[in-house]
Ligand binder design. Structure first.
Ligand code: GRG
Length: 306
């Protein structure tokens, strides 16, 4: 079974729309208990970088992996919004002069260009901490054990052994702290970009209280999808179109980065993506037709133009 391209696009758009609505609510001026004030400059900056852009792929992974288990959609969307807050924070900080020093993101000036470095750092910090507020909320799941598992897994995906750790390995590989350090591209990817994407997939199994086999299946699928995403990103940097990307292409080559494409060549990288798609499909076989949307998601990730 496969899902028609139009149906897939509709589902993706619906989740993007629902996530946008939810993020706008979460980033409103309304104070939560124990909050003292929501400063306007900070809120405007957080909204600028979180609303009105992005494919919302990570929330989509959460909602579709949760749908496999029949989890209520509003709970999955809330968990997806928490993950998207982490993603948006990472983009803000990654764009800073001390990191990638980028001027454009999602086709608009990066936050520090629009405002200033201090505001961008604090907006990133605000989104990072808001994510943990959201993921620990009662509405996510009635069982506090489930909320704890989701929260801990989010910390591990985002933190020192996940995305943040991957970012420092990436900078070390660029020679930012002295001589260029050797890069294990697959491990770097698994940490820097893969960990959040994998979280999107295992979050469904945690929310749905899946069996160990079901959790493992989504874990395997999430790892394959994460690697395919990164290879597609590396290919886009070589073959992509700046207008579609919303940022200049060729950034990796300019920095002399080791990527899947520099290691495997263009054809080798494309073959690896095909192998990863097959690996993802095999992992999902346990779910039968319920895995169709996730199967289509790997194709979307591999074939995306931005
Ligand atoms: C600064 C702690 C810290 C971490 C940054 C993930 C990361 C680490 C930086 C992102 C840099 C980057 C552009 C990596 C390429 C892959 C990637 C994450 C692309 C953007 O993700 P998409 O395509 O973006 O899902 P949208 O805009 O659709 O949300």
């Amino acid at each position: 079974m496969t899902i028609a391209a139009a149906d897939f696009a509709k589902r993706l758009d619906q989740t993007a729309e629902d996530t946008e609505r939810l993020l706008a609510e979460l980033l409103s001026d309304t104070l939560l208990p124990d909050e003292i004030a929501r400063p306007k400059r900070l809120m405007d900056a957080m909204r600028y970088s979180s609303l009105g852009g992005g494919k919302r792929l990570r929330p989509f992974l959460v909602s579709e992996s949760a749908a496999v288990f029949g989890v209520p959609r509003e709970a999955a969307l809330l968990a997806g919004a928490a993950l998207e807050c982490i993603h948006c924070y990472s983009l803000i900080h990654d764009d800073l002069p001390a990191m990638d020093n980028s001027d454009l993101r999602r086709g608009r000036p990066t936050l520090h260009k629009k405002t200033d470095d201090a505001t961008a750092i604090l907006a990133g910090d605000g989104l990072l901490t808001l994510a943990f507020d959201i993921i620990s909320r009662d509405e996510i799941h009635p069982d506090p054990k489930v909320r704890l598992l989701l929260t801990r897994a989010l910390a591990r995906a985002s933190g020192l052994g996940g995305m943040v750790g991957g970012q420092i390995l990436d900078l070390a590989g660029e020679g930012r702290f002295g001589d260029r350090e050797p890069v294990d591209v697959a491990r770097l990817q698994q940490m820097k970009t893969g960990a959040l994407l994998r979280y999107g997939c295992i979050a469904g199994a945690i929310l749905g209280q899946g069996s160990p086999k079901e959790y493992q299946a989504l874990d395997d699928y999430g790892r394959a999808l994460g690697e395919a995403f990164q290879i597609a990103d590396d290919l886009l940097d070589v073959e992509g179109d700046a207008a579609a990307l919303g940022k200049p292409a060729g950034a990796d080559a300019a920095l002399g980065k080791t990527t899947f494409v520099t290691q495997l060549g263009i054809d080798g990288a494309k073959q690896r993506v095909r192998n990863l798609l097959a690996r993802g499909d095999a992992a999902l076989s346990i779910f039968g037709a319920k895995g169709d949307v996730l199967r289509a998601t790997s194709r979307f990730v591999a074939e995306r133009k931005n």
